[in-house]
Design a protein around this ligand. Structure first.
Ligand SMILES: Cc1cc2nc3c(=O)[nH]c(=O)nc-3n(C[C@H](O)[C@H](O)[C@H](O)COP(=O)(O)O)c2cc1C
Length: 317
């Protein structure tokens, strides 16, 4: 059973946090369309902008809920990168506390004190993991839910088949579980649920939306490319992730012959941003993305496909 905050979604989907790309406009449209919208706290730059962005999100969604009592917005989530290169973490958490952010997504590190701080204001923590051992650690440290990041996910991704990952985690964890990696259709959202996940976690498909803060060429590249155009490498941040080959060629490198990186150079602030601006993160599911759309229309398409897939399987209400 999902916690109350996640029970009334129009579709069991979290629009996942995207470094540089997610912004209040995208989060607001995702939430209005009835899915969880999210963004990394680090996208607000300078740090003081986070306060303005949270004010914009909470005020706009409160007004929407007043005007649409029968179609209230979904909750939003803020992503915190729990890594030593993130020197804003304490500040950003304090701002989230002020706004009582309903969901916090933590990546890269699990910390008991951070989970306790979120619980103190009534929020829930979802932690993303790439294997079962990290899943155990996250729950031991107090995470309420897990995001299983399988092979083929955009940005930093794992190497596990989603079938293996979900099965192993579900064998012992009955809390909220989202599946991440290459989900870009309503059929795949239903498949994630059939596997044992509660929610689908979708990133790359939302890059090709009008609200996403990405260059037009990046959005078009997602429309034009498919899984053959994705390469898995640790060269750009020190952690393995999936990237669009054309962006690597544009940077003067051969995506099919990339060197290994030096893990000590891992960096998520400052210069780290440059890698993401020029080298475009992307998952393998983008063959399903045929046009740049408003985010609300993308959610509507996912919902139509999801309902049709339920109908085909005789699951329609
Ligand atoms: C360009 C890009 C940036 C990302 N930035 C973040 C981030 O800042 N924090 C995070 O937790 N996950 C980040 N991710 C991972 C996504 O939240 C999510 O796990 C992934 O996009 C899901 O796979 P999909 O892209 O195939 O849908 C990023 C992914 C992409 C493609």
């Amino acid at each position: 059973m999902l916690p109350p905050v996640l029970q009334h979604l129009a579709l069991p989907v979290i629009g996942s946090p995207l470094f540089i790309i997610s912004n209040p406009k995208l989060v607001i449209e995702q939430c209005k369309a009835g899915i969880v919208g999210s963004m990394p706290a680090l996208n607000a730059r300078p740090a003081s902008q986070l306060d303005e962005w949270l004010a914009e999100i909470t005020e706009t969604l409160a007004a929407w809920d007043r005007d649409h009592p029968g179609r209230k917005s979904a909750p939003f989530a803020i992503n915190q990168i729990v890594h030593k290169s993130n020197d804003r973490l304490e500040h950003d958490l304090e701002v989230c506390a002020r706004y009582k952010v309903p969901l916090v997504i933590t990546s890269l590190g699990a910390r008991s004190d951070l989970n306790a701080a979120v619980h103190a204001w009534g929020g829930l923590v979802l932690h993303d993991v790439i294997n079962n051992a990290f899943a155990h650690k996250a729950v031991e440290k107090g995470a309420d839910g897990l995001i299983a990041v399988a092979a083929g996910a955009g940005g930093h991704a794992g190497v596990k088949s989603p079938f293996a990952l979900i099965q192993e985690i579900r064998a012992w964890f009955d809390g909220p579980l989202a599946l991440s990696g290459s989900i870009a259709t309503g059929d795949a959202v239903l498949a994630a649920q059939a596997m044992g996940a509660d929610l689908a976690y979708i990133g790359s498909a939302f890059i090709a939306t009008e609200e996403a803060r990405a260059a037009d060429a990046y959005k078009q590249c997602i429309v034009d490319c498919d899984s053959d155009d994705i390469v898995y490498s640790n060269l750009f941040t020190g952690v393995h992730g999936n990237y669009l080959k054309p962006s690597i060629r544009n940077a003067g490198l051969d995506p099919d012959h990339l060197p290994e990186s030096d893990p000590s150079k891992m960096n998520f602030g400052g210069d780290g941003a440059k890698a993401w601006k020029d080298i475009w993160g992307c998952g393998q599911g983008i063959g399903a993305v045929k046009a740049v759309l408003p985010a609300g229309e993308l959610v509507a398409r996912l919902k139509r496909e999801y309902d049709a897939a339920r109908g085909r399987l005789g699951l329609a209400d």
